[in-house]
Design a protein around this ligand. Structure first.
Ligand code: CO8
Length: 260
């Protein structure tokens, strides 16, 4: 499918989705949010896709936020709808049931940092900058940033970043647990490829179970979270991949997971 603001590319079981508005530092307008929702919906349904990499075009930005020019004219009703569409997209990504890796070459600000935080792993260039600068625009984060930053980095960091609106570098983002890996800019593609390829040969049902247990379990009492884990664990025993993984260990060979 052809998109106006996105590029998609498949390599093996890895689908890369690129926000392609480099002249606007890949800012998220409504059209782009809707296209991302479609693109992630398709990736979820396509069994051949086991991993999604999300990035922004060019080397200057992942995504520099929601489109300020478009938001400038919004009424409160339009803002509510924009925020809800954005939040639903972030939940779609977070609950995709397949690993999503954010490749972050540069700015991840406002809605861009929120988009990155909805992904499961975040690999950043050491040139990347992060921040929730909405307060400088007389706004608050509207795509789940207050909630995901709180959960990823704790109340202190969430309040610090949202209240000051300041930019932090990739090293600080890493120290806060917002970024999983920081590399030299020229190593970014290699690092993302290594992680995506490793995930693409992992057992998909096991990956889905881990995502369910960690993401679902993080939102409830430990008893319920442990139940998510038990259910996910038991489900793996219904897969050929679990027999293959355990047999391969016993036979001292590499497993070949088929997604069944
Ligand atoms: N929206 C629209 N256009 C943008 C955005 C943006 N967020 N960011 C950059 N651009 C555009 C610029 O306007 C410029 O366009 P043009 O060339 O046509 O004038 C082009 O991208 C290049 O940008 P700059 O010239 O500003 O590049 P610099 O290198 O000088 O600066 C910065 C880079 C520091 C990243 C700067 O562009 C900047 O500060 N951008 C805005 C960052 C920001 O505040 N982001 C948060 C936006 S608010 C938000 O994301 C809220 C999310 C939830 C919304 C829910 C609401 C209901």
């Amino acid at each position: 499918m052809a998109y106006r603001n996105l590029l998609t590319h498949d390599e093996g079981a890895v689908r890369t989705i690129t926000v392609n508005r480099p002249d606007k530092l890949n800012a998220l307008n409504l059209d782009t949010l809707n296209e991302l929702t479609l693109a992630f919906g398709q990736a979820a349904q396509d069994d051949a896709v086991r991993v999604v990499v999300l990035t922004g075009a060019g080397d200057k930005a992942f995504v520099a936020g929601a489109d300020i020019a478009e938001m400038n004219a919004y009424t409160p009703t339009q803002a509510l709808s924009f925020s809800r569409i954005g939040q639903a997209l972030m939940l779609t990504i977070e609950r995709l049931g397949k690993p999503v890796v954010a490749r972050i070459p540069g700015y991840a600000l406002g809605g861009g940092m929120e988009l990155a935080m909805a992904c499961h792993l975040r690999i950043a260039s050491n040139k990347a900058k992060f921040g929730q600068p909405e307060i400088n625009l007389g706004l608050i984060p509207g795509f789940g940033g207050t909630q995901r930053l709180l959960r990823l980095a704790g109340r202190g960091a969430a309040l610090e970043l949202c209240l000051t609106g300041k930019q932090i570098d990739a090293a600080r983002a890493h120290a806060l647990g917002v970024v999983t890996e920081v590399v030299e800019p020229e190593q970014l593609d290699t690092a993302v490829k290594a992680v995506a390829e490793a995930l693409s040969v992992a057992a998909p049902r096991a990956a889905a179970g881990i995502l369910d247990a960690v993401l679902g379990g993080g939102e409830c009492a430990i008893e319920q979270g442990l139940d998510y884990e038990s259910q996910g664990f038991a489900l793996c025993f219904a897969t050929e991949d679990m027999r293959e993984g355990t047999s391969a260990f016993l036979e001292r060979r590499k497993p070949q997971f088929k997604g069944r």
